[in-house]
Design a protein around this ligand. Structure first.
Ligand code: PEP
Length: 253
C-alpha cells in the first residue's frame, strides 16, 4: 500500500536541548522554509517545554508547526513537573509527541499511559505523534513486527479520522546511534503499520502519516524517505542544526 498522496511531515525532536539562544536556530529553520518547500512538506519543531512559547511567537505566520515532546493525561492538577496538552496548545503547539522510547524507558510509560496521553492531546486539539519501535534484542530475535503491532494496539486511540493522528516508527536501536535499518526493513515495518491502521480505522487509516525516526540525516534521507509508506521523518540530533534539518526536508523539494 502506498501513501504518496499524503502531505509529508518532517518533525524535529529537540529533546532536552536548547536555551533562549536557540531561537536563532529556529529562525534559520523558518528562513530556509521557503514557499517552494512549504508547498511540498510540513515542518514541525518540538522544543523543550521551556521554549515552546518563545518558538510559538517566532513561528507565527511561518508555516512551521510547534509541538510538545510529551504531555500528561490530565488537563490540569497536582502533577508536579508535568505539562498538560492544554498548556502546550496555549503556548502555540499543534502537535505533541507521545510514547517516545526515551519516555517509555526513563519513565516507565506503558502502552495504556501512552494511549491516555494521545487522547489528552486530542482533547486539547493537538495531533499526537505516537511513537513505537523495537529494541535491538527484539529485532535480533525476529520479533520486531509483533512488538510494533502490540504497541500500536495498546497505544493508539480507538478511533481516528486520519488527520488527527501521526504514527512514528522509531527502532530504539537506531535512535542517536548512527545506525539505521535497511530500506527493506523500514518498508516491512511501515507496511505492517499501514495494514494495522487500515484494519483499525478503515479508510481513515490510509490518511494517517507514518514517520520513520532513528538517525535520519541529510545523507541518508533519500534512502529512508523514498520507502513506500514513509510519510516523513522524526528527527532527533539532526534537527538541532538548521542546515541538517532543512537538508532532510529538501528531499521533498
Ligand atoms: C528521536 O529521538 O526521536 C530520534 C529520531 O533521534 P535521532 O534522530 O537522534 O536518532
Amino acid at each position: 500500500m502506498t501513501s504518496a498522496r499524503l502531505r509529508p511531515l518532517v518533525a524535529g525532536n529537540w529533546k532536552m536541548n536548547g536555551n533562549k539562544m536557540s531561537a536563532r536556530v529556529f529562525a534559520a529553520i523558518i528562513q530556509g522554509y521557503d514557499s517552494a518547500l512549504r508547498a511540498k512538506v510540513e515542518l514541525l519543531v518540538c522544543p523543550p517545554a521551556t521554549l515552546a512559547v518563545t518558538f510559538g511567537v517566532v513561528a507565527v505566520g511561518s508555516g512551521v508547526a510547534i509541538g510538545g515532546q510529551d504531555c500528561h493525561a490530565a488537563a490540569s492538577g497536582a502533577h508536579t513537573g508535568d505539562v498538560a496538552a492544554e498548556q502546550l496548545a496555549d503556548a502555540g503547539a499543534t502537535y505533541v509527541i507521545v510514547g517516545h522510547s526515551e519516555r517509555r524507558a526513563d519513565h516507565g510509560e506503558t502502552d495504556a499511559i501512552v494511549q491516555a496521553k494521545a487522547l489528552a492531546a486530542r482533547r486539547a486539539l493537538l495531533t499526537p505523534v505516537v511513537c513505537v519501535g523495537e529494541t535491538r534484542a527484539e529485532r535480533e530475535s525476529g520479533n520486531a513486527l509483533d512488538v510494533v503491532r502490540t504497541q500500536l494496539a495498546g497505544s493508539l486511540p480507538e478511533t481516528a479520522d486520519g488527520g488527527d493522528l501521526v504514527v512514528a516508527y522509531e527502532p530504539v536501536w537506531a535512535i542517536g546511534t548512527g545506525l539505521t535499518p535497511t530500506p527493506s526493513q523500514v518498508g516491512e515495518v511501515h507496511a505492517a503499520i499501514r495494514a494495522f491502521l487500515v484494519d483499525r480505522y478503515g479508510d481513515a487509516g490510509k490518511a494517517i502519516r507514518i514517520l520513520y525516526g532513528g538517525s535520519v540525516k541529510p545523507g541518508n534521507a533519500f534512502d529512508l524517505l523514498s520507502v513506500s509508506d514513509v510519510d516523513g521523518a522524526l528527527v532527533g540530533g539532526a534537527s538541532l542544526e538548521a542546515t541538517d534539518f532543512l537538508g532532510i526536508a529538501e528531499y521533498y523539494r
